[in-house]
Ligand binder design. Sequence first.
Ligand code: HEC
Ligand code: HEC
Ligand code: HEC
Ligand code: HEC
Length: 382
Amino acid sequence: MNPLNPFVKATGALVVVLLVGGVILAYERTSAYQQGAPGLGMDLIKTNKELDETVAANAVPAPLPPSSPGGQLAVDAYKNVRVLGHLSSADFTRLMTAMTIWVAPDQGCAYCHAPQRDEAGNPVKDEDGYVVADLNNMYSDELYTKRVARRMLQMTMHINQDWQPHVKGTGVTCYTCHRGQPVPTNIWFNGPKEADVPMGELAYQNRPDPKVGYASLPTNTFETFLRGDSTTTNIRVISTDPLPAGANNRASVKQTEWTYGLMMHMSGALGVNCTYCHNSRSMGEWSTSPPQRTTAWYGIRMVRDLNGGYVEPLQATFPRERLGPEGDAPKINCATCHKGAFKPLLGVSMLKDYAVLAEAKPQPPKSPVEPVPAPEGAPATP
Ligand code: HEC
Ligand code: HEC
Ligand code: HEC
Ligand code: HEC
């Protein structure tokens, strides 16, 4: 066949166009973020598709319109408020509405508030099948969810007030963790104890587990480092002394594997790699680490504090089905807030629209009730 034949030429051109087009279409475009100085390879590379997915997964709900100022204080307007008594009743109602949207948008107020009951004592349901709250009984603490939510309010205020070295002015709201669900994603429980596992003594290793990026690292890394009682557990393993004779290098390979397990979790929780916080020339050296490592250091201390001070003590408040296989309360790790983003909700602050969650305030006493004069001419009460 003559290669100069116009038919052959046209077919050849078509093949070339298809090949080049195919290569262009198959090539996933990426974006790179450079963390360290040029040439250090401290880069974070993501496909644009991954970035688009992260943006979509972290959309923030529109804030409710601000409430009108003034009005009665919640402590006077209601019967049983112990954390939010200092708010105006308008701010209080706005926050209840926001909490419902953030935590229980389908179930509504009745997720935390006692149900309205019919004559037979059964909860009344709306046309969608959801239980309706009893508006005359909003003060009742009957449901465990309300008691947990009260503690959650205190925890949220504590994070925003006392953990600014980590959350900065951005802060958190219920939505940071809950994202429209009563049980947040990325909570954790104590794993089975080594003794309970057949063929024990694996040092919690060689069990593929997403906690540690499916690497062959110890799977009890959260119990080891993030529980309230782990405040003194040392994460550092690298010697600060160059000579083996020095007294400093006491860490074993095993301990190092625990540290790496935690580091895998932290990287995955933030959707970054190790060089987001470390210059890999020396993982231990602080002076060459990016500032994000310092933020992360505070993050570890904050998570321990939240678990030990707030969620672990709620164990007795939660019903059995909310507890882990070992009977422990659901707990927080980095991913409970971050959910794969370097900053939760990509750094958008919802707190600025809900400043009432920025700090706890002492609860004002109820205003004294104005004395009501007795009817004219009535004899004084004995
Ligand atoms: C996620 C749980 C939760 C949801 C959902 C919720 N609340 Fe509340 N509610 C609470 C908590 C906790 C308190 C007590 C606050 C305190 O102690 O300061 C409370 C207290 C109240 C009170 C004060 C009652 C009294 O007399 O003491 C009213 C009124 C109220 N809520 C209304 C509502 C309304 C209306 C809705 C639905 C739009 C709603 N709440 C949804 C948790 C919730
Ligand atoms: C730092 C993360 C975090 C924040 C912030 C947070 N929560 Fe929670 N919340 C949790 C965890 C963890 C649990 C335990 C999950 C479970 O109940 O199984 C939980 C449980 C709850 C429950 C019980 C749900 C159930 O069905 O068992 C309620 C109600 C709740 N939170 C309300 C709130 C409210 C209201 C706020 C904001 C004032 C809030 N939370 C803020 C992490 C958080
Ligand atoms: C989000 C930030 C962050 C990421 C990502 C991160 N680290 Fe770390 N890393 C830290 C912090 C903070 C410490 C110090 C903890 C402490 O002192 O309590 C640390 C400590 C370490 C140590 C111990 C250093 C010493 O002084 O002994 C090693 C080793 C380490 N990281 C390795 C890694 C590896 C490997 C990765 C990637 C899989 C990684 N890190 C990802 C923040 C991070
Ligand atoms: C209670 C929610 C919460 C938890 C839990 C949490 N963080 Fe954060 N973190 C935040 C918020 C909010 C910010 C954004 C602060 C800001 O705007 O600079 C943040 C920021 C960071 C940053 C700075 C990112 C940057 O690019 O500047 C790092 C690093 C980080 N967190 C690591 C961690 C690690 C590691 C853990 C677990 C040990 C953790 N966080 C747990 C809420 C949380």
